[in-house]
Design a protein around this ligand. Structure first.
Ligand SMILES: Cc1cc2nc3c(=O)[nH]c(=O)nc-3n(C[C@H](O)[C@H](O)[C@H](O)COP(=O)(O)OP(=O)(O)OC[C@H]3O[C@@H](n4cnc5c(N)ncnc54)[C@H](O)[C@@H]3O)c2cc1C
Length: 387
């Protein structure tokens, strides 16, 4: 079997720390959080204290300044555990890196230390009820008023929306060029006019809060702008490869994990005086799924290495997201089949993995949008060659 070569001894030691944290602080409570639809704030503080949040944030902003593989270890171990409540990935991989990459010195000093400690939870507010894939069409408006901007509008499906303290918010600041008219703000969720709507009831990710957010005459200082006015779209594009890579990492890990659960189950469960694993159908199925999981892992690790070298492009990231999301959903579905009726019971982690998997083909750029990006680049290349 192809061995992974990315991690050093210190990453492996950190993996142990993360596993123990999950066993101690998450596993005993996750079923209750699923009923509550939210993870309590204390968990974030404990995760911060254990060094699990925003591992790459530099020391001058309260972090440990570690390499990206430490964040990868946290994402992988969360995915391996099957506990999807804590929205660490959005907090660390998206919000903290937006602040770290595009924030002013003042913004970094204000938010990053608290994001590392878990005192401030981060959220990303892009999607609106009528504009998800088509982000250029967002309508939330930010209008300049002296040294401030006044924001009115609405977002939906915002992960960590009930718990967040800071929101990277995409707004429209000019109505001309749709792409050029988008501006990002780093919004303090305690400000008047920041209104949390419903915690939405979902098919999966039951313990993770996902919300509507409303902005009614929300006044923010111009210094809350992230990057320059009208630069929101190019900034978002810069982070897409990283966001899609994180999702591929989740998919690769979930696929490996559910195959392990299925191997264990099918070697114990009996039917017709044999174990389920004795049937050739089970062996063939697991052989196919394992092969796909290994192929997906190798490609994902190559993308991680390229990302760390600053070489992961939008197309490879889109391929990783598209292929691994499909593989993830297929593996979970076919493994659940081998559990029979027990696989449909919530007490069995495979049931939760099945419900949690479906979103991966939709959020953070749907499968269709990934195909669009890849296809468009192929045609562009072909046209350039024949010109
Ligand atoms: C649980 C969950 C968590 C989320 N978290 C966040 C978050 O934290 N922050 C945030 O901003 N958003 C978040 N989202 C929103 C998510 O990113 C969007 O749902 C996603 O981008 C798709 O947008 P949409 O739902 O409006 O679907 P639409 O854009 O309406 O798409 C509907 C269908 O049409 C297809 N389609 C759209 N355009 C094309 C095209 N050009 N070609 C072919 N097919 C196309 C889509 O692929 C999809 O199948 C979350 C969503 C969910 C469900």
């Amino acid at each position: 079997m192809i061995e992974r070569r990315l991690f050093r001894e210190d990453h492996n030691e950190f993996r142990d720390v993360v596993r123990k944290f999950i066993d101690r602080e998450i596993a005993p409570h996750h079923a209750r959080w699923e009923k509550d639809g939210i993870v309590p704030r204390e968990l974030w503080l404990k995760a911060g204290e254990a060094g699990l949040l925003c591992c790459t944030v530099p020391e001058q902003y309260g972090g440990l300044g570690l390499d990206y593989l430490f964040d990868v270890v946290v994402f992988e171990e969360m995915a391996r555990s099957g506990y999807t409540g804590p929205g660490f990935m959005i907090h660390c991989d998206l919000v903290a890196t937006y602040v770290g990459s595009f924030g002013t010195e003042e913004q970094k000093r204000r938010w990053l230390p608290k994001m590392v400690s878990g005192e401030a939870i981060g959220s990303l507010g892009m999607t609106e009820p009528h504009a998800g894939s088509d982000l250029k069409n967002i309508r939330t408006r930010a209008v300049r008023d002296g040294d401030d901007f006044v924001i009115n509008g609405q977002k939906v499906f915002i992960s960590n929306g009930q718990s967040c303290d800071v929101l990277v918010l995409a707004t429209r600041t000019s109505s001309g060029d749709k792409e050029g008219g988008i501006t990002l703000f780093l919004v303090d969720a305690a400000l008047p006019g920041f209104i949390r709507g419903k915690n939405l009831e979902k098919l999966g990710l039951k313990a993770q809060d996902t919300s509507e957010l409303f902005f009614e005459d929300l006044r923010v200082p111009a210094s809350a702008m992230l990057g320059a006015e009208g630069m929101g779209f190019p900034l978002m594009r810069q982070k897409l490869a990283q966001e899609r890579l994180a999702q591929a990492i989740r998919s690769a890990t979930v696929a490996e994990t559910v195959i392990e659960w299925t191997l264990e189950y099918t070697t114990q469960r009996k039917a017709f005086d044999k174990t389920i694993g004795d049937f050739q159908n089970t062996q063939f199925k697991l052989a196919e799924l394992k092969t796909e999981a290994v192929v997906g892992r190798v490609f994902t690790d190559e993308c991680i290495a390229r990302f760390m070298a600053g070489e992961l492009d939008e197309i490879d990231a889109a391929m990783a997201k598209m292929w691994l999301s499909n593989m993830h959903c297929k593996v979970v579905d076919e493994c659940l089949q081998l559990f029979g009726g027990w696989g449909y019971m919530w007490d069995y982690p495979i049931a939760r993995a099945y419900a949690d998997a479906r979103i991966i083909k939709i959020a953070g750029g749907s499968i269709e949008i990934m195909k669009h990006i890849i296809g468009r680049s192929l045609l562009r290349g072909e046209r350039a060659r024949s010109a």
